[in-house]
Design a protein around this ligand. Structure first.
Ligand code: ADP
Length: 511
């Protein structure tokens, strides 16, 4: 590559808010690039505004009038002399039209070309491209269904249960599970008309429904010189209503051999659409070990830190480098995960009341610290959580030498964290780290919903107001009790180390 092809950004505009804006500011700062952000009326005193070098008002609180104003954002970038725009995730990040506007304005998008976003934005188009590229897709139809007769015939040949999907659907919308033939006719009509109304495209298709799969995704990085690398997988099966809540890397069921095969498939997927920058190829992994392409997220993911923790690679730094035209470093071709990482998403939602959003003032915020702990947090103590946006406050990420150590560390960090004034999903995670299936790593994408539905996973009623000396006293008491009644842990007993310490019982006892 010739040096003249690379350029150096001096200022980047971040078209986002919250924790991801903070993450990007940090990446830019470390490279000596000025970080400019936009903010809505609701975000005047937000953490990204406080941390950035320059901050510009973009409109009233509703996203449509602020963070989604594509044209105004491009104009602002030009006006302030930014070289590039980083869209983060959500908002404009996967809008091909926005990417086109950025390109047309002569600015760099810190993301893939608009053509790659467009190709991956259509389920049918991406499915066709993946089949052509030899990437395994869920068995099913290859084109839009012309009518009910065609749907019936194809459904019979694939066999039930089935998924009926709108090609233009997304975010879990425009998709129906069909258990038996009797459900097809009504679902076909409904999905079609909904798709026409919501997405302006009534193409629908069917594919096999995979029972109890895992969601395993591959992080890829691609430069502008034809190099695409896989950075390994993330296990994202812990979802509530198809929304990820806890992620880890590596996956406990992915062997080095499977990792290599999934990595190669992901690289082929990226190459098939001329991808550049960071992207994620999502797969369903069935219990027999077969994997199928689900979709490609053409942006930085919420859960990118777990990959950073086990690879030592700064993904935001590489996103910027690639957008500047730099080639990927040769050592990125042979990255193996080291240790284990977990991420829990801290949502301002009340897990005791059906996960209703819990806006309000954060009266107290104490984030955990210590070895192997990372906080990607978008708020500060005294900050207001608005009703206008996604309720995710940030993420707690931990690293350990192996899964067991990472789990113990996660448990310890969750004991330290204090968020008061609003409700959060922390109590759910405190319960989760004691769940035998989670501890054993036996997960599937419906596991969390099943456990929440059956009451099996009671969010731990650990008082968020508990003071450290009280906890310490309770722990000490629990330890003494545990020692007094100490029986040897069953050989290989997966909860042995929890029980031994007796810490959980001690904390629960404080209810
Ligand atoms: P969206 O674009 O709306 O997010 P996806 O196609 O990515 O739709 O699917 C969303 C979720 O639905 C997946 O994460 C998975 O949990 C479930 N799902 C999708 N397709 C299938 C399938 N064929 N079999 C089983 N589950 C599926």
């Amino acid at each position: 590559m010739v040096a003249s092809e690379t350029r150096r950004f001096s200022k980047v505009l971040i078209a986002n808010r919250g924790e991801i804006a903070v993450r990007i500011i940090r990446g830019l700062r470390e490279l000596g690039i000025r970080a400019a952000t936009i903010f809505s009326d609701a975000d005047r005193r937000s953490l990204p505004v406080l941390l950035s070098d320059e901050a510009y008002p973009i409109g009233p609180a509703p996203s449509l009038e602020s963070y989604l104003r594509a044209e105004a954002i491009v104009e602002l970038a030009l006006e302030i002399g930014a070289d590039a725009i980083h869209p983060g995730y959500g908002f404009l990040a996967e809008r091909a039209e926005f990417a086109r506007q950025v390109e047309k304005a002569g600015l760099e998008l810190i993301g893939p070309p608009s053509t790659a976003i467009a190709a991956m934005g259509s389920k049918l188009e991406s499915r066709r491209l993946m089949i052509e590229a030899g990437v395994p897709v869920v068995p099913g139809g290859e084109g839009a269904l012309a009518d009910l007769d065609e749907a019936t015939a194809l459904a019979e040949s694939i066999g039930y249960p089935l998924m009926l999907k709108a090609s233009a659907g997304g975010g879990g919308k425009g998709m129906r599970l069909l258990r038996e033939p009797g459900e097809l006719a009504a679902a076909f009509r409904a999905t079609r008309s909904e798709a026409a109304a919501s997405f302006g495209d009534d193409s629908v298709y069917i594919e096999k429904y995979i029972e109890r799969p895992r969601h395993v995704e591959i992080q890829v990085l691609a430069d502008q010189h034809g190099t695409v690398v896989s950075l390994g997988e993330r296990e994202c099966s812990l979802q509530r209503r198809h929304q990820k809540v806890v992620e880890e890397a590596p996956s406990s069921v992915v062997s080095p051999e499977l990792r290599a095969r999934m990595g190669e498939a992901a690289v082929r997927a990226a190459q098939a659409v001329g991808y550049t920058n960071a992207g994620t190829v999502e797969f369903l992994l069935d219990p027999s070990g077969e994997f199928y392409f689900l979709e490609m997220n053409t942006r930085l993911q919420v859960e990118h830190p777990v990959t950073e923790m086990v690879t030592g690679i700064d993904l935001v730094r590489w996103q910027i480098a690639v957008a500047q035209g730099e080639p990927l470093a040769p050592e990125l071709r042979s990255i193996e995960p080291r240790g284990h990482a977990f991420e829990v998403r801290l949502y301002a939602e009340d897990p005791f009341r059906g996960f209703v959003p819990s806006p309000g003032k954060i009266e107290r915020l104490r984030l955990p610290e210590g070895p192997g702990v990372r906080n990607d947090c978008g708020v500060y103590e005294g900050d207001e959580v608005s009703i206008h946006y996604d309720p995710m406050l940030g993420k707690l990420i931990v690293w350990g030498r192996d899964r067991r150590e990472a789990l113990l560390r996660l448990r310890r960090a969750l004991e330290e964290i204090r968020i008061e004034g609003i409700r959060t999903t922390v109590p759910l995670y405190r319960a989760l780290v004691d769940d035998p299936d989670f501890v054993a790593g036996s997960l599937d994408i419906e596991m969390l919903d099943r456990k929440l539905g059956s009451g099996e996973l009671e969010p731990a009623h650990v008082s968020q107001l508990a003071d450290l000396p009280l906890i310490a006293a309770a722990l000490e008491h629990g330890l003494r009790q545990a020692r007094a009644s100490a029986t040897p842990a069953p050989a290989g007993g997966r909860r042995g180390h929890w029980r031994e310490a007796g810490r959980h019982e001690a904390l629960r006892g404080r209810r």
